[in-house]
Design a protein around this ligand. Structure first.
Ligand code: ZN
Length: 440
């Protein structure tokens, strides 16, 4: 695997990319010195042209604020946005067209240069130019056929997304199948068997998508609100999340989306501390079989009787706890807090806790103090206080830890902080009660 950065875009190239280019460009007649030169230049031409095409997509994605990553593999190239940016359908059309546009520009430039040259290119030069035009312009045109997953297919899907509020994949897949029938028939008629095979494969792929995931495609626009709601659980927006779940449950047709909604509802119950309710809801999933271990099951165990086991399972996931959704991350941290030696749990907190996990930090500091790691408790509490957290319980931990450490000045300082904040919080209460009475 070749890795490098160009125009700040990270690029990976699989060796198979060169192998396929070498096979495609191998001379049709007995190879001689000239045709081998043309062949070698063809491999470079494919590499540069496909990369240039992907850079077109990448420039558009970066222009909308995304973080593009480019990969060249056997069947061409792909540019993915790894940021959490959500592009609108109109922007997505521009991104899809930018690749072919870059290719046409490069092809046009080469053509113009060749025409402007005062001398003849010679046989080898003409062959090299012909290949370069074919790769940049010919492939660019084919790539605009309305077939998924070609750029033309992406444009079709985005156009439908715009008018169907996010249900573009099904019509784009239908158009892919129809186009495949026409293109394959034409290719067979012209005895272009390789092209017939390639475009036929795209048609078969789209047909399978429609047959196996038809209901799922109808629910496409429900997936994003569910994902949003799962992220919002981290901000404690439980009511809003419940609204989303009910809306989705009413409209969902496919099992996967229904199950995702049930799972979200169970996470909401866990977040509210209702363990039994979460267990009951989780039992309603139809996609979990005996012995399956889902994130939700780990979450339930984290708050239930077996936090140590839950923490071990969270730790053996193939992604770090910090990358889980907020509710799962909190469950993992909570499990660590309840099971691990305090030192290890704190290390995990320091690396993986997010901005919504403040109460857990305080709990971690308290646990450290109880376990006899006063200096670590003090470190953690001071770090959070320095980050601007104004929690009397946290200041209280800092006070006790400092006292335990025989640091009288610090202990006094944090004791007064705790008292001040507690008084401020206390002073709020009567005020709020009075306001409530006034409302009544
Ligand atoms: Zn493209």
């Amino acid at each position: 695997m070749l890795r490098f950065t160009l125009f700040r875009f990270p690029i990976t190239v699989r060796p198979g990319h060169f192998v396929v280019a070498a096979l495609l460009g191998w001379p049709r007649t007995a190879p001689d010195a000239d045709s081998l030169v043309v062949w070698a230049v063809f491999i470079v031409t494919v590499f540069v042209s496909v990369l240039w095409h992907e850079i077109g997509h990448a420039v558009a994605i970066a222009g909308y604020g995304g973080e593009p990553q480019i990969a060249l593999y056997e069947m061409g190239g792909m540019t993915q946005d790894v940021s959490s940016l959500r592009v609108r359908p109109g922007q997505s059309i521009v991104i899809s067209l930018a690749g072919p546009a870059f290719g046409f520009a490069l092809g046009g430039l080469l053509w113009g240069l060749a025409l402007a040259l005062p001398t003849d290119l010679g046989e080898v030069g003409r062959a090299v130019l012909r290949n370069a035009l074919f790769v940049n312009i010919g492939w660019g045109v084919l790539n605009l056929l309305p077939m998924l997953p070609l750029d033309g297919g992406h444009v079709v899907r985005s156009v439908f997304e715009k008018f169907t509020r996010g249900k573009g994949t099904r019509p784009a897949a239908v158009i892919t199948v129809a186009t495949a029938v026409v293109v394959v028939a034409g290719a067979l008629y012209a005895r272009m068997f390789f092209a017939a095979f390639l475009f036929g494969a795209l048609g078969v792929q789209a047909f399978r998508l429609l047959r196996n995931h038809g209901e799922m495609l109808d629910d496409e626009r429900l997936v994003e609100p569910l994902q949003d709601a799962l992220e919002r659980l981290g901000e404690g927006d439980v009511d809003e999340v419940a609204n989303t779940v009910f809306r989705v449950m009413e409209r969902a047709k496919s099992e996967p989306v229904k199950n995702a909604a049930v799972e979200l509802m169970a996470w909401a119950a866990l977040t509210r501390g209702k363990l039994d309710e979460a267990r009951k809801i989780a039992a309603g999933r139809t996609d979990i079989e005996e012995g399956d271990d889902s994130l939700l099951d780990m979450g339930i165990d984290a708050y239930g009787d077996d936090p140590a086991d839950a923490y071990a399972r969270f730790s053996s996931l193939d992604r770090p706890v910090g990358e889980l959704h907020p509710a799962a991350r909190r469950a993992a941290l909570f499990a660590a807090l309840r099971s691990e030696p305090a030192g290890a749990a704190t290390a995990l907190f320091a690396e993986q806790a997010g901005p919504g996990d403040e109460a857990l930090y305080t709990a971690a500091a308290e646990r450290l103090l109880i376990d006899g790691f006063a200096y670590k408790a003090l470190d953690l509490a001071e770090a959070r206080l320095a980050a601007g957290v104004q929690d009397p319980a946290l200041a209280e931990v800092a006070h006790k830890a400092a006292a335990f450490d025989h640091d009288a000045d610090k202990a006094a300082h944090y004791a007064s902080l705790a008292e001040t904040w507690r008084a401020a919080a206390g002073a709020d209460q009567p005020g709020r009660a009075a306001a409530d009475e006034a409302d009544a």
